[in-house]
Ligand binder design. Structure first.
Ligand code: ARG
Length: 463
């Protein structure tokens, strides 16, 4: 590597890389984000080479010195990344030559960029998955806080966007807590699959040196080395797992955003957002638009797109390494950045969200939401079948609808027309509060259940 400014493969090549290919083939602008992981991997690899007496201590120490210096340079923005060295691995190796001279040439013994890049990438995805989990915890706490404030806020629950049955707003918010808990677990479960160390499989076949893969695996914080060298360099499942988990999480966020947008509309008026989370119109002075919610709904598309792109990249690839796979990092980094921002915006949205309690209550009484409660009452008190009770309740709804009345506006005599042996206590069946509190089955919306569930989740999360 005496020939300055040449690629590592320069010895075999007669012509320099074409400019346009250098531009497209270089991934340094993207994968420089892996510098910490790359240097960490190289440090452990060097220590292993020394331990196994593959390189001598003196050379090993020089390499370690150089690597640490490079890390400081990059951290202090004193490192010049060069496109002509393609990626983070070769940029660092090139700089190592500049710092320690020819000893740098020993670092790449028993290693290929094929195993190096996945080692870096797996380490990065592991770290970043924990960062997403940390952010999900913050979001869950905000949802829990809002739930605690809204146990007594009664609203209509919807199916098909038609008023269905009364629920507590807290119960609705806790539904999202469940989704985000699953998202957390999805990212954490991925760690089980990612936790196998690729370093040492070389280009694809393994290596003839007596390396110690258990040592490098352990020192890099993996559970064990990967089993098959070909699979190892071909595998991007861990990136797909990440992208898939990010997409599902983004989908949850997007559903929440969608509901906020609908509920904040002038038609629903169920929630109000603080001005901090709204924008105006350039022409209509009256407007306050929920742009942040729309943005995160829109951005879910970016997360899905990255997953789709990665799947498409992988579907036709023969084993083992192909340059196609270099695109993986851009997709994962993008999805990660997008998701982290979306999580942060969602958190702000929840914090700045106010339930319009009166409107919620009044809408909960619209649309005959207690019709099922009346049917259930007849089953319980009159010992009739649910189907018979359903018919009676449906007739009652038709009757009320014709007269433009809500169910709780009907009097006892009107009710008796539909079932003669009714007891006066039937009247409370049409109270939405009563309806909510009767849903005592595990996971149901009764306020007693909700309070218990909030403290259970708080205990689980230690908040
Ligand atoms: N920058 C490359 C990538 O991210 C590293 C692996 C290169 N290996 C190779 N055989 N060209 O995929």
């Amino acid at each position: 590597m005496k020939n300055k400014n040449k690629t590592v493969w320069g010895a075999r090549f007669n012509n320099p890389t074409s400019k346009i290919f250098e531009k497209i083939g270089s991934s340094i602008d993207i994968d420089k984000r892996l510098f910490k992981e790359d240097i960490f991997g190289s440090i452990i690899h060097t220590k292993m080479l020394v331990k196994q007496k593959i390189i001598n201590k003196n050379i090993g120490n020089k390499i370690l010195f150089g690597l640490k210096k490079i890390k400081t340079e990059i951290q202090n923005n004193n490192f010049i990344f060069k496109k002509k060295y393609e990626d983070i691995h070769l940029n660092i190796e090139n700089r190592l030559f500049e710092i320690i001279g020819e000893s740098a040439g020993y670092l790449h013994i028993a290693r290929s960029r094929n195993d190096q890049v996945i080692t870096d990438f797996k380490l990065w995805i592991k770290k970043s998955s924990f960062e997403i989990v940390r952010n999900l915890n913050i979001l869950i706490k905000s949802f829990l806080k809002k739930s605690e404030l809204n146990v007594n806020t009664i609203m209509p629950g919807f199916t098909h966007l038609k008023n269905a049955q009364p629920i507590s707003f807290a119960h609705y918010l806790l539904a999202y807590v469940e989704m985000f808990k699953r998202d957390k677990n999805r990212f954490l479960n991925n760690i089980n699959y990612i936790d196998e160390c690729p370093l040492g499989v070389g280009a694809l076949a393994g290596t003839s040196y007596k390396i110690d893969r258990n040592f490098t695996s352990k020192k890099l914080g993996f559970k064990k080395p990967t089993n098959n060298s070909i699979d190892t360099v071909s595998d991007r499942d861990f990136a797909l797992d990440f992208l898939s988990s990010a997409s599902i999480c983004a989908m949850h966020i997007s559903r929440f955003a969608e509901e906020l947008i609908i509920w904040n509309s002038d038609v629903f008026k169920l929630v109000t957002l603080n001005d901090k989370m709204l924008t105006g119109s350039s022409i209509m002075p009256q407007k306050k638009n929920p742009d942040p919610a729309e943005l995160i709904r829109g951005r879910a598309g970016k997360n899905f797109g990255s997953l789709q792109a990665m799947l498409t990249t992988m579907k036709g690839l023969p084993l083992s390494y192909y340059k196609d796979m270099q695109e993986d990092k851009d997709l994962v980094f993008n999805s990660y950045d997008t998701l982290l921002e979306s999580l942060a915006i969602t958190n702000e949205l929840v914090k700045n969200l106010k339930a319009n309690k009166e409107r919620m209550l009044s809408l909960a009484n619209e649309g005959y939401t207690t019709a099922t409660d009346f049917a259930d009452y007849l089953v319980r008190e009159n010992k009739i079948s649910f189907r018979d009770a359903y018919k009676i309740s449906a007739k009652l709804v038709n009757y009320a609808e014709k007269r433009g009345k809500k169910l709780n506006e009907l009097n006892f005599n009107e009710l008796k027309k539909f079932r003669s042996n009714l007891n006066k206590n039937v009247m409370k069946v049409f109270s939405v509060n009563n309806s909510v509190d009767l849903k005592i089955s595990f996971g149901g919306t009764s306020r007693k259940n909700i309070k218990k569930m909030i403290s259970k989740i708080k205990k689980e999360l230690k908040v």
